[in-house]
Ligand binder design. Structure first.
Ligand code: 6PG
Length: 474
C-alpha cells in the first residue's frame, strides 16, 4: 500500500501511543521499529479501524507506504540516534518529504538538522510533545517548529491528536527551525522548578510540622480545587495517598531519594546562562536533583553535623497551610515569569517571534505543567505581547502582592529550620531582584573598576568614569 497519511518510527511507549492516538482519529499510520517483534506486537494488538496501523519491516518499506510529501515522525532517543536515523532514512526520501523529530531534542541540534535537511530539499519539523505516556495516547500538548508549510501538511493530524482546552486544540506552530523544541525545553525547565517547589513544600509539612503523607495529600487535594489547580499538584495528592503493599506504609517512604534527569531541564538552564537571561529557579531545581543524587556524600556529611537542630515537628494550623499555599502560588508565578522571560529573550536572539500568548494557551491542557494560572498568563500576553515581564501584568501583580509575604515566611521558616528550599528561595530572590528599581550592582561596578579599571557609568553624568581610588594598592 502507499496511501498512509503519516509514518512513525520508534515504537517505545511514547511512539506507540502517538501512533495509536493517530489511528484512533482515523489516520492511516505506517509504523516501524528496529526490532521487528515490537512492530508486530503493536500492530497485532491494535483493534481499531482497518488499515489504521500498517507494520513495515524496513525504512524503505515505511517510506514507500506513505503518500508524498511524506511526514515521518521519529520517536527515538535524543542525540546521536536521531542523526543515525535521519542518515539511514535519507536515501529513501524524496524532496519535499517531512522528517519530524517528536522526541525531546536539544534545539541547537534541531537548528543544525533543519539547515542540513533544507539544503537537501527536505522540510524538517522539530516538535515538542508533552504529557507523558497518557498524554501521547489521549491528547498531548504539541509545540511545533520548522517550515510553516510543512507544519500545515500535518496540522490536521496534530490538531486531532492533541489535548483540547475549551474546544481549542493544544497544538501550534511556534516558529522556524528549533522554536518548538526550545519551547518544549522551557516547558521542562518550568516542570523541574515546579516539581522542586512542590517537593520543598511537602518536606516542610512533613518535617517542620510532622504531618503524615496522607494528610499532606489531603492538603494538596484541597489546593487543587483553588488557584493552585494543576496537574502537578493533582498527582502530588495522588502520590501521597498511595500505600505500598509490601511495607504497608506510604509509598513515598520507600522511594529512594535520588532524582534522575534525562537532561531537558539542564539544557534550559545552560541556555539561559548562555543567553544571559535569568532562570534561577530552573538552575536551582537542576542543582537540587544533582545534590539528591549524591546520596553517599549526603549521608557522610549528615553524620558530622548531628549537633545542628532538627526541624521542630510541631502541629500545623490553618494559618500555616494558607501560608504554604500562598508560597506555592507566588513561587509558581515567579517560575513562569522566568520561563516566559527566557522565551521572550531567546525569541529575539534566534529570530523566532515566539507567540507567548499561544504558548500559554497550548499549555493549558495535555502537558505536565498545565495549570489554572496559564489563563491569566495567556490573557496578559494577548493584551500586551511585549510585556516586559510577567510581574508587570495587572492580574499577576495582584497575585504577587497577595502571595509574596507567604513566600517570605515560608522561606524564613525553611532557612531557620535547615530545610533546603532552593526553589522557593530563588523564586523569591528573583521577584525581589526584579522589583528593585535601584539594585546593589553599583557596588559590583565600583569593585570592577577598583581592581580592573573596567570603568562605570554615573547616575548624574554621561560617559565612562573611573573612581578616585588613588592611594590604594589595587
Ligand atoms: C513531558 C515530560 C517528558 C519527560 C521528560 C522529563 O512534558 O511529557 O517533560 O518530556 O518526563 O523526559 O524527564 P526527566 O525528569 O528525566 O528530565
Amino acid at each position: 500500500m502507499s496511501g498512509a497519511d503519516i509514518g512513525l518510527i520508534g515504537l517505545g511507549v511514547m511512539g506507540r501511543n502517538l501512533a495509536l492516538n493517530m489511528a484512533d482519529h482515523g489516520y492511516r499510520v505506517a509504523v516501524h521499529n528496529r526490532t521487528q517483534s515490537v512492530t508486530d506486537d503493536v500492530v497485532g494488538g491494535f483493534s481499531g479501524n482497518d488499515g489504521g496501523l500498517t507494520g513495515c519491516r524496513s525504512l524503505a518499506e515505511l517510506v514507500a507506504a506513505i503518500r508524498p510529501p511524506r511526514p515521518i515522525v521519529m520517536m527515538v532517543k535524543a542525540g546521536d540516534p536521531v542523526d543515525e536515523l535521519i542518515a539511514a532514512m535519507r536515501p529513501h526520501l524524496e524532496p519535499g518529504d517531512i522528517p519530524i523529530d517528536a522526541g525531546n531534542a536539544n534545539f541547537h541540534n534541531t537548528i543544525r538538522r533543519s539547515a542540513a535537511l533544507k539544503e537537501a530539499g527536505f522540510a524538517y519539523l522539530g516538535v515538542g510533545v508533552s504529557g507523558g505516556e497518557e498524554g501521547a495516547r489521549r491528547g498531548p500538548s504539541i509545540m511545533a517548529g520548522g517550515p510553516r508549510e510543512a507544519f500545515q501538511r500535518v496540522e490536521p493530524i496534530l490538531n486531532a491528536i492533541a489535548a483540547e482546552y475549551d474546544g481549542e486544540p493544544c497544538a501550534a506552530w511556534l516558529g522556524a527551525d528549533g522554536a518548538g523544541h526550545f519551547v518544549k525545553s522551557v516547558h521542562n525547565g518550568i516542570e523541574y522548578a515546579e516539581m522542586q517547589l512542590i517537593a520543598e513544600i511537602y518536606e516542610i509539612m512533613r518535617t517542620a510540622f510532622a504531618m503524615r503523607p496522607a494528610d499532606i495529600g489531603d492538603v494538596f487535594g484541597q489546593w487543587n480545587q483553588g488557584p493552585l489547580e494543576s496537574y502537578l499538584v493533582e498527582i502530588t495528592a495522588a502520590i501521597l495517598a498511595t500505600e505500598d503493599a509490601a511495607s504497608g506504609g506510604p509509598i513515598i517512604d520507600v522511594i529512594v531519594d535520588k532524582a534522575g534527569q534525562k537532561g531537558t531541564g539542564r539544557w534550559t538552564a545552560i541556555e539561559a546562562l548562555q543567553l544571559g537571561l535569568p532562570a534561577p529557579s530552573i538552575d536551582a531545581a537542576v542543582v537540587a536533583r544533582v545534590i539528591s543524587a549524591r546520596k553517599a556524600d549526603r549521608l557522610a556529611t549528615e553524620a558530622l553535623y548531628q549537633t545542628i537542630d532538627r526541624p521542630s515537628g510541631k502541629p500545623i494550623d490553618d494559618a500555616v497551610i494558607a501560608m504554604l499555599e500562598g508560597a506555592l502560588l507566588g513561587g509558581r508565578i515567579a517560575m513562569y515569569a522566568q520561563g516566559f522571560g527566557l522565551m521572550a529573550g531567546a525569541s529575539q536572539t534566534y529570530g523566532w517571534d515566539l507567540p507567548l500568548s499561544t504558548i500559554a494557551r497550548i499549555w493549558r491542557a495535555g502537558c505536565i505543567i498545565r495549570s489554572r494560572l496559564l489563563n491569566p498568563i495567556a490573557a496578559a500576553f494577548a493584551e500586551t505581547p511585549n510585556l516586559p515581564n510577567l510581574f508587570t501584568a495587572t492580574d499577576l501583580a495582584g497575585m504577587m502582592i497577595h502571595s509574596h509575604e507567604a513566600m517570605r515566611k515560608t522561606a524564613a521558616l525553611a532557612l531557620a529550620q535547615g530545610i533546603p528550599a532552593p526553589a522557593q528561595c530563588s523564586a523569591l530572590a528573583y521577584f525581589d531582584g526584579m522589583r528593585q528599581g535601584r539594585s546593589s550592582a553599583a557596588m559590583i561596578q565600583a569593585q570592577r573598576d577598583f581592581f580592573g579599571a573596567h570603568s562605570f557609568k554615573r547616575t548624574d553624568r554621561d560617559g565612562d568614569h573611573h573612581g578616585p581610588w588613588g592611594g590604594t594598592d589595587a
